[in-house]
Design a protein around this ligand. Sequence first.
Ligand code: ATR
Length: 248
Amino acid sequence: MYGIDAVYLAFNCEPALLENAVEAMRSLNFMGFNVTIPHKQNVLKYLDFIDPEAKLIGAVNTVKIENGKLYGYNTDGSGFVGSLRHQNIAIKDKKVLVLGAGGSARSICTYLAVEGAKSISILNRTQHNAELLINHLIASKCDTKFDLSKPINIYYEKYDIIINTTSVGMWPDTNFTPLQGFPFCSTDIVVDIIYNPLETELLKNAAQMGAFTMNGLQMLAGQAVKAIEIFTRVAVEHDFAVNILFNS
Ligand code: ATR
C-alpha cells in the first residue's frame, strides 16, 4: 500500500554480543533496527547521534542507519503521545496521574512534559523508584509540576488523564487492577499501556463508569508508525498500523 521495499525481522541478541550485532547491522547497511529490553540503555554507547528526547529519557528503542552512521531515537513516549493525538486528546495543561515508575513511565512522562502537561503525579508500589523518576524528570527543567502520590491521596484528587504503566492486569493475572474501587467519572481519560488483554480490568471498570478508555494497542501502533517514519520517511496512517497489529 505504501510501496515500502523492506522486510522487518526479529532477532535474539545476548547482552554480551550487542556491540557485535550493532556493528554487523552497520556493516550490512541495514535501514535500521529496533531494540527492546534489556538493550535500550546499553545500545546508547554504540551510537553516533542520539535524539535530544531519547537523551532526556536515557534510552533508545529505534536506530536509523544512514551513510554508515547510527542515529538513536525513543519512540515509546512519542508513540504514546501520537496515539493520544490520534484520539484528539490534548495534553497541554492537563493534570495527569501515572501509575508505575519503570522504563515505560519514564518515556511517557518525559513526552507528557515536553507536550506541556500541567502536572504529573506518580504512584508506584516502590516509593523509592517513584522518587528516582521524579528527580530524573525535575532535572529536565520543563514547566510541568511533578509529585509523588500516596495511594490514599488519589481518591481525593481529580485528574484529567490516568495512565497505567505497570503490569498489573496483564495476562494471565487479568482479574487485577492497580486502582481497586476508584470512582471514575465521565470526564476521565483512562489509558492502559497493556495490550494483552485489550480491555484490562482497569479499563473495564473505567468504561463502566463512563470514562473514555484507550488500550496499549494504540500506543504500540503509535510506536510502529513513528519507527517506520524514522526508517523510511514514509508517513503511515495510525489506523493502518492498528489493523495490522489487531489482525496479527
Ligand atoms: P516497563 O519497562 O514496562 O516500564 P519496568 O521498568 O519493569 O517495566 O517497570 C514496571 C513497573 O510496574 C514498575 O513501576 C513496578 O513497580 P516497582 O517499582 O515497585 O517494581 C510496577 N509493577 C510491576 N508489578 C507490579 C505489581 N504487582 N504491583 C504494583 N506495581 C507493579
